[in-house]
Design a protein around this ligand. Structure first.
Ligand SMILES: Cc1ncc(COP(=O)(O)O)c(C=O)c1O
Length: 375
Protein backbone atom coordinates (compact mmCIF):
# COMPACT_ATOMS: atom_id res chain seq x y z
CA UNK A 1 0.00 0.00 0.00
CA UNK A 2 1.35 3.42 -0.95
CA UNK A 3 1.11 5.43 2.31
CA UNK A 4 -0.50 8.88 2.38
CA UNK A 5 2.37 10.22 4.50
CA UNK A 6 5.82 8.97 5.42
CA UNK A 7 8.84 10.27 7.32
CA UNK A 8 12.14 11.05 5.62
CA UNK A 9 15.11 9.91 7.71
CA UNK A 10 18.63 10.05 6.27
CA UNK A 11 22.14 9.31 7.53
CA UNK A 12 22.53 12.85 8.95
CA UNK A 13 19.46 12.28 11.16
CA UNK A 14 20.76 8.90 12.29
CA UNK A 15 24.20 10.37 13.10
CA UNK A 16 22.60 13.19 15.12
CA UNK A 17 20.63 10.70 17.22
CA UNK A 18 23.62 8.35 17.63
CA UNK A 19 25.76 11.24 18.89
CA UNK A 20 23.27 11.93 21.67
CA UNK A 21 23.03 8.25 22.58
CA UNK A 22 26.84 8.29 23.09
CA UNK A 23 26.68 11.44 25.24
CA UNK A 24 25.89 12.01 28.92
CA UNK A 25 22.48 13.57 28.30
CA UNK A 26 19.51 11.50 27.18
CA UNK A 27 17.02 14.09 28.37
CA UNK A 28 16.79 17.65 29.77
CA UNK A 29 20.20 18.45 28.27
CA UNK A 30 21.85 20.61 25.61
CA UNK A 31 20.10 19.08 22.58
CA UNK A 32 16.72 20.15 23.99
CA UNK A 33 17.95 23.72 24.39
CA UNK A 34 19.48 23.70 20.90
CA UNK A 35 16.27 22.39 19.30
CA UNK A 36 14.17 25.03 21.07
CA UNK A 37 16.58 27.75 19.88
CA UNK A 38 16.47 26.38 16.33
CA UNK A 39 12.67 26.41 16.41
CA UNK A 40 12.61 29.95 17.80
CA UNK A 41 14.83 31.15 14.94
CA UNK A 42 12.61 29.48 12.32
CA UNK A 43 9.60 31.19 13.89
CA UNK A 44 10.97 34.70 13.59
CA UNK A 45 12.54 34.87 17.05
CA UNK A 46 9.48 33.66 18.92
CA UNK A 47 10.42 31.53 21.94
CA UNK A 48 9.81 27.80 21.82
CA UNK A 49 9.11 25.05 24.36
CA UNK A 50 9.43 21.47 23.13
CA UNK A 51 6.95 18.83 24.32
CA UNK A 52 6.14 15.18 23.65
CA UNK A 53 3.41 15.56 20.98
CA UNK A 54 1.17 18.01 19.17
CA UNK A 55 -1.59 17.04 21.58
CA UNK A 56 0.69 17.84 24.53
CA UNK A 57 1.50 21.17 22.86
CA UNK A 58 -2.19 22.09 22.74
CA UNK A 59 -2.74 20.97 26.33
CA UNK A 60 0.28 22.96 27.52
CA UNK A 61 -0.70 26.03 25.47
CA UNK A 62 -4.26 26.13 26.83
CA UNK A 63 -2.96 25.53 30.36
CA UNK A 64 -0.35 28.29 29.96
CA UNK A 65 -3.14 30.65 28.93
CA UNK A 66 -5.02 29.72 32.10
CA UNK A 67 -8.02 28.19 30.33
CA UNK A 68 -10.49 26.44 32.61
CA UNK A 69 -14.10 26.11 33.70
CA UNK A 70 -16.26 29.08 32.71
CA UNK A 71 -14.02 29.98 29.75
CA UNK A 72 -14.93 29.51 26.09
CA UNK A 73 -12.60 28.51 23.29
CA UNK A 74 -13.82 29.19 19.74
CA UNK A 75 -12.34 26.78 17.23
CA UNK A 76 -12.81 25.00 13.91
CA UNK A 77 -14.56 21.65 13.56
CA UNK A 78 -12.36 20.77 10.55
CA UNK A 79 -9.42 19.47 12.56
CA UNK A 80 -7.96 16.60 14.52
CA UNK A 81 -9.97 16.25 17.73
CA UNK A 82 -7.10 17.41 19.99
CA UNK A 83 -7.46 21.07 18.92
CA UNK A 84 -10.78 21.07 20.77
CA UNK A 85 -10.45 18.24 23.28
CA UNK A 86 -7.37 19.71 24.98
CA UNK A 87 -9.50 22.73 25.94
CA UNK A 88 -12.34 20.44 27.01
CA UNK A 89 -10.15 18.37 29.36
CA UNK A 90 -9.20 21.61 31.15
CA UNK A 91 -12.90 22.27 31.77
CA UNK A 92 -13.44 24.98 29.14
CA UNK A 93 -16.47 25.08 26.83
CA UNK A 94 -15.63 24.61 23.17
CA UNK A 95 -17.63 26.69 20.68
CA UNK A 96 -17.37 25.71 17.02
CA UNK A 97 -17.24 28.36 14.29
CA UNK A 98 -17.48 27.52 10.60
CA UNK A 99 -14.67 27.47 8.04
CA UNK A 100 -13.97 29.32 4.80
CA UNK A 101 -15.21 27.47 1.77
CA UNK A 102 -11.93 27.78 -0.18
CA UNK A 103 -9.21 26.90 2.37
CA UNK A 104 -11.15 25.02 5.05
CA UNK A 105 -9.62 27.41 7.59
CA UNK A 106 -11.51 29.17 10.39
CA UNK A 107 -13.76 31.94 9.03
CA UNK A 108 -13.22 35.26 10.88
CA UNK A 109 -16.87 36.29 10.40
CA UNK A 110 -18.14 33.05 11.86
CA UNK A 111 -15.69 33.45 14.77
CA UNK A 112 -16.95 36.97 15.39
CA UNK A 113 -20.54 35.67 15.58
CA UNK A 114 -19.51 32.87 17.98
CA UNK A 115 -17.63 35.05 20.47
CA UNK A 116 -19.05 36.01 23.85
CA UNK A 117 -17.67 37.80 26.91
CA UNK A 118 -16.42 34.38 28.08
CA UNK A 119 -14.27 33.75 24.97
CA UNK A 120 -10.64 33.51 26.07
CA UNK A 121 -9.03 31.85 23.04
CA UNK A 122 -9.69 31.67 19.30
CA UNK A 123 -7.93 28.54 18.02
CA UNK A 124 -7.40 28.27 14.25
CA UNK A 125 -5.81 25.39 12.38
CA UNK A 126 -3.60 25.69 9.30
CA UNK A 127 -5.63 23.04 7.51
CA UNK A 128 -3.49 20.93 5.14
CA UNK A 129 -0.63 23.42 5.61
CA UNK A 130 -2.32 26.59 4.39
CA UNK A 131 -1.88 29.34 7.03
CA UNK A 132 -4.97 30.77 8.73
CA UNK A 133 -6.15 34.30 7.94
CA UNK A 134 -4.05 35.42 10.90
CA UNK A 135 -4.56 39.16 10.55
CA UNK A 136 -8.37 39.02 10.41
CA UNK A 137 -8.57 36.36 13.14
CA UNK A 138 -6.22 38.32 15.43
CA UNK A 139 -8.36 41.42 14.94
CA UNK A 140 -11.53 39.55 15.86
CA UNK A 141 -9.90 37.75 18.81
CA UNK A 142 -8.19 40.84 20.22
CA UNK A 143 -11.35 42.95 19.86
CA UNK A 144 -12.93 40.51 22.33
CA UNK A 145 -9.84 40.40 24.60
CA UNK A 146 -9.12 36.84 23.49
CA UNK A 147 -5.82 35.25 22.48
CA UNK A 148 -5.23 33.88 18.97
CA UNK A 149 -3.80 30.34 19.02
CA UNK A 150 -2.65 28.76 15.76
CA UNK A 151 -2.56 24.97 15.65
CA UNK A 152 0.23 24.65 13.11
CA UNK A 153 0.51 20.85 13.29
CA UNK A 154 0.33 20.85 9.46
CA UNK A 155 2.32 23.92 8.55
CA UNK A 156 5.80 24.32 10.03
CA UNK A 157 7.94 25.93 7.33
CA UNK A 158 5.07 27.88 5.74
CA UNK A 159 4.59 31.64 5.74
CA UNK A 160 2.00 34.36 5.22
CA UNK A 161 2.83 37.75 3.69
CA UNK A 162 6.51 36.92 4.21
CA UNK A 163 6.13 36.13 7.92
CA UNK A 164 6.89 32.58 9.06
CA UNK A 165 4.30 30.34 10.70
CA UNK A 166 5.16 30.56 14.40
CA UNK A 167 5.17 34.37 14.33
CA UNK A 168 1.62 34.95 13.05
CA UNK A 169 -0.48 34.25 16.15
CA UNK A 170 -0.05 34.99 19.86
CA UNK A 171 0.63 31.30 20.49
CA UNK A 172 1.45 28.56 17.97
CA UNK A 173 1.58 24.79 18.46
CA UNK A 174 3.38 22.19 16.34
CA UNK A 175 3.30 18.40 15.97
CA UNK A 176 6.31 16.33 14.93
CA UNK A 177 4.50 13.03 14.33
CA UNK A 178 6.12 10.97 11.52
CA UNK A 179 3.58 11.90 8.85
CA UNK A 180 4.02 15.63 9.56
CA UNK A 181 6.36 18.05 7.75
CA UNK A 182 9.22 17.15 10.04
CA UNK A 183 9.47 14.51 12.69
CA UNK A 184 10.91 13.68 16.11
CA UNK A 185 8.95 10.34 16.10
CA UNK A 186 6.57 11.73 18.72
CA UNK A 187 6.96 15.38 19.61
CA UNK A 188 5.63 18.89 19.45
CA UNK A 189 6.27 22.44 20.54
CA UNK A 190 4.59 25.57 21.85
CA UNK A 191 5.86 28.84 20.42
CA UNK A 192 4.80 32.24 21.70
CA UNK A 193 5.55 35.90 21.24
CA UNK A 194 4.89 36.74 24.92
CA UNK A 195 7.64 35.64 27.30
CA UNK A 196 5.29 34.98 30.22
CA UNK A 197 3.21 32.50 28.17
CA UNK A 198 6.42 30.68 27.25
CA UNK A 199 7.51 30.61 30.90
CA UNK A 200 4.17 29.15 32.02
CA UNK A 201 4.29 26.60 29.19
CA UNK A 202 7.82 25.59 30.20
CA UNK A 203 6.74 25.18 33.80
CA UNK A 204 3.61 23.16 32.90
CA UNK A 205 5.53 20.70 30.72
CA UNK A 206 7.98 20.12 33.64
CA UNK A 207 5.44 19.29 36.38
CA UNK A 208 5.49 22.91 37.56
CA UNK A 209 8.81 22.33 39.36
CA UNK A 210 10.66 25.48 40.49
CA UNK A 211 14.39 25.47 41.29
CA UNK A 212 15.37 29.12 40.80
CA UNK A 213 16.56 30.35 44.27
CA UNK A 214 15.25 33.84 43.44
CA UNK A 215 11.62 32.68 43.45
CA UNK A 216 11.58 29.76 45.91
CA UNK A 217 8.89 30.17 48.55
CA UNK A 218 10.65 27.68 50.83
CA UNK A 219 14.21 29.04 50.36
CA UNK A 220 15.73 27.49 53.47
CA UNK A 221 15.00 23.80 52.83
CA UNK A 222 18.50 23.09 51.54
CA UNK A 223 20.48 22.81 48.30
CA UNK A 224 18.46 19.75 47.10
CA UNK A 225 15.18 21.58 47.26
CA UNK A 226 12.66 22.06 44.44
CA UNK A 227 9.00 23.01 44.83
CA UNK A 228 5.77 23.35 42.87
CA UNK A 229 3.88 26.65 42.55
CA UNK A 230 1.38 25.63 39.85
CA UNK A 231 0.28 22.19 38.64
CA UNK A 232 1.84 20.68 35.56
CA UNK A 233 2.64 17.39 33.84
CA UNK A 234 5.74 15.69 32.48
CA UNK A 235 5.65 16.49 28.77
CA UNK A 236 9.46 16.80 28.33
CA UNK A 237 10.90 15.89 24.92
CA UNK A 238 14.16 13.93 25.28
CA UNK A 239 17.58 15.00 23.98
CA UNK A 240 17.55 11.95 21.71
CA UNK A 241 14.42 13.17 19.93
CA UNK A 242 15.41 16.85 20.07
CA UNK A 243 18.61 16.02 18.17
CA UNK A 244 16.48 14.38 15.50
CA UNK A 245 14.36 17.54 15.45
CA UNK A 246 17.34 19.86 14.91
CA UNK A 247 18.66 17.61 12.17
CA UNK A 248 15.24 17.54 10.46
CA UNK A 249 14.99 21.34 10.68
CA UNK A 250 18.15 21.57 8.53
CA UNK A 251 16.32 19.49 5.92
CA UNK A 252 13.05 21.45 6.12
CA UNK A 253 13.73 23.54 2.96
CA UNK A 254 14.21 20.36 0.92
CA UNK A 255 11.02 18.87 2.42
CA UNK A 256 9.16 22.02 1.44
CA UNK A 257 10.50 21.94 -2.12
CA UNK A 258 9.44 18.29 -2.49
CA UNK A 259 5.94 18.92 -1.10
CA UNK A 260 5.50 21.97 -3.34
CA UNK A 261 6.59 20.00 -6.40
CA UNK A 262 4.25 17.06 -5.72
CA UNK A 263 1.35 19.43 -5.04
CA UNK A 264 2.01 21.18 -8.37
CA UNK A 265 2.07 17.82 -10.16
CA UNK A 266 -1.31 16.85 -8.69
CA UNK A 267 -2.68 20.31 -9.54
CA UNK A 268 -1.59 19.95 -13.13
CA UNK A 269 -2.73 16.35 -13.54
CA UNK A 270 -6.16 16.93 -12.01
CA UNK A 271 -6.91 20.36 -13.50
CA UNK A 272 -9.99 21.05 -15.61
CA UNK A 273 -12.24 18.28 -14.24
CA UNK A 274 -15.70 19.58 -13.23
CA UNK A 275 -16.29 17.00 -10.49
CA UNK A 276 -13.06 17.91 -8.70
CA UNK A 277 -12.06 20.86 -6.55
CA UNK A 278 -8.33 21.35 -6.07
CA UNK A 279 -6.75 22.95 -2.95
CA UNK A 280 -6.94 26.75 -2.94
CA UNK A 281 -3.96 28.97 -2.17
CA UNK A 282 -4.69 32.55 -1.15
CA UNK A 283 -2.61 35.53 -2.18
CA UNK A 284 0.26 36.09 0.24
CA UNK A 285 0.20 32.50 1.50
CA UNK A 286 3.22 30.25 1.00
CA UNK A 287 1.90 26.97 2.39
CA UNK A 288 3.97 24.02 3.51
CA UNK A 289 1.57 21.47 2.05
CA UNK A 290 1.16 18.67 4.59
CA UNK A 291 -1.94 17.23 2.90
CA UNK A 292 -3.28 17.32 -0.63
CA UNK A 293 -6.98 17.81 0.18
CA UNK A 294 -8.85 16.99 -3.02
CA UNK A 295 -12.62 17.50 -3.04
CA UNK A 296 -14.98 15.45 -5.20
CA UNK A 297 -18.31 17.17 -5.69
CA UNK A 298 -20.50 14.43 -7.17
CA UNK A 299 -21.27 12.64 -3.88
CA UNK A 300 -18.90 9.76 -4.69
CA UNK A 301 -16.15 10.48 -2.14
CA UNK A 302 -16.58 7.13 -0.41
CA UNK A 303 -16.59 5.25 -3.72
CA UNK A 304 -13.42 7.08 -4.80
CA UNK A 305 -11.80 6.30 -1.44
CA UNK A 306 -12.63 2.61 -1.80
CA UNK A 307 -11.49 2.58 -5.43
CA UNK A 308 -8.09 4.06 -4.52
CA UNK A 309 -7.66 1.81 -1.48
CA UNK A 310 -8.53 -1.22 -3.65
CA UNK A 311 -5.65 -0.09 -5.87
CA UNK A 312 -3.25 0.08 -2.90
CA UNK A 313 -3.32 3.87 -2.61
CA UNK A 314 -3.34 4.85 1.07
CA UNK A 315 -5.72 7.80 0.95
CA UNK A 316 -7.21 9.41 4.08
CA UNK A 317 -10.12 11.67 4.95
CA UNK A 318 -9.53 14.85 6.99
CA UNK A 319 -11.69 15.48 9.05
CA UNK A 320 -14.96 14.33 10.61
CA UNK A 321 -16.28 17.63 12.07
CA UNK A 322 -15.10 17.44 15.66
CA UNK A 323 -18.55 17.99 17.22
CA UNK A 324 -19.73 14.76 15.54
CA UNK A 325 -17.35 12.66 17.65
CA UNK A 326 -19.56 10.83 20.15
CA UNK A 327 -17.77 12.50 23.06
CA UNK A 328 -19.08 15.88 21.85
CA UNK A 329 -22.44 14.54 20.63
CA UNK A 330 -22.98 13.18 24.15
CA UNK A 331 -22.47 16.74 25.44
CA UNK A 332 -25.32 17.94 23.21
CA UNK A 333 -23.38 19.26 20.17
CA UNK A 334 -25.55 18.85 17.06
CA UNK A 335 -24.60 17.55 13.63
CA UNK A 336 -24.89 20.20 10.93
CA UNK A 337 -23.98 23.16 13.13
CA UNK A 338 -21.18 24.24 10.74
CA UNK A 339 -22.53 23.57 7.23
CA UNK A 340 -19.42 24.65 5.31
CA UNK A 341 -17.21 22.30 7.34
CA UNK A 342 -19.79 19.51 6.94
CA UNK A 343 -19.76 19.90 3.16
CA UNK A 344 -15.94 20.06 3.12
CA UNK A 345 -15.79 16.80 5.06
CA UNK A 346 -18.34 15.09 2.79
CA UNK A 347 -16.21 15.86 -0.30
CA UNK A 348 -12.63 15.62 1.01
CA UNK A 349 -10.04 12.93 0.29
CA UNK A 350 -6.32 13.39 1.10
CA UNK A 351 -3.94 12.01 -1.53
CA UNK A 352 -0.46 10.61 -0.78
CA UNK A 353 2.04 13.43 -0.19
CA UNK A 354 5.51 13.12 1.31
CA UNK A 355 9.13 13.85 0.31
CA UNK A 356 10.46 10.93 -1.68
CA UNK A 357 7.08 10.04 -3.22
CA UNK A 358 8.09 9.06 -6.78
CA UNK A 359 6.58 10.97 -9.71
CA UNK A 360 5.42 7.64 -11.15
CA UNK A 361 3.26 7.06 -8.05
CA UNK A 362 1.81 10.58 -8.25
CA UNK A 363 0.96 9.92 -11.90
CA UNK A 364 -0.63 6.56 -11.02
CA UNK A 365 -2.87 8.30 -8.44
CA UNK A 366 -3.80 10.95 -11.01
CA UNK A 367 -4.61 8.32 -13.65
CA UNK A 368 -6.76 6.33 -11.23
CA UNK A 369 -8.74 9.44 -10.26
CA UNK A 370 -9.15 10.56 -13.87
CA UNK A 371 -10.32 7.06 -14.79
CA UNK A 372 -12.78 7.06 -11.88
CA UNK A 373 -14.46 10.32 -12.89
CA UNK A 374 -14.29 9.42 -16.59
CA UNK A 375 -11.99 12.32 -17.52
C1 LIG B 1 -4.36 19.70 13.35
C2 LIG B 1 -3.72 18.78 14.35
N1 LIG B 1 -3.60 19.19 15.63
C3 LIG B 1 -3.02 18.43 16.57
C4 LIG B 1 -2.53 17.17 16.27
C5 LIG B 1 -1.95 16.33 17.36
O1 LIG B 1 -0.62 16.00 17.14
P1 LIG B 1 0.04 14.67 17.75
O2 LIG B 1 -0.42 13.52 16.91
O3 LIG B 1 1.51 14.93 17.62
O4 LIG B 1 -0.42 14.55 19.16
C6 LIG B 1 -2.61 16.69 14.96
C7 LIG B 1 -2.06 15.38 14.61
O5 LIG B 1 -2.65 14.56 13.98
C8 LIG B 1 -3.23 17.52 13.97
O6 LIG B 1 -3.35 17.10 12.70
Amino acid sequence: MLPYGHQSIDESDIAAVANVLRSDWLTTGPSVTAFEEDLGRLCGMSRAVSVTSGTAALHVAYAALGIGAGDEVVTTPLTFVATASCASVLGATVVFADVCEDTGNLDPQSVSAAMTVRTRVVAGVDFAGHPIDAKALAEVAHAGNATLLEDAAHSIGGSLDGRPVGSLADVTTFSFFPTKNLTTAEGGAVVALQGDTVDRARSYRSIGLVRDPAVLRLPNEGPWHQEVHAFGLNYRLSDVLSALGSSQLLRLPSFKAARTEITARYNQGLAGIDELRLPACRQGADPMWHLYPLRIRDGRRRALFEHLRANDIGVQVNYLPVYRHPVYADLGYKSGMCPVAEEYYEQEISLPLFPGLPDADVDRVIDLIRGFVGA
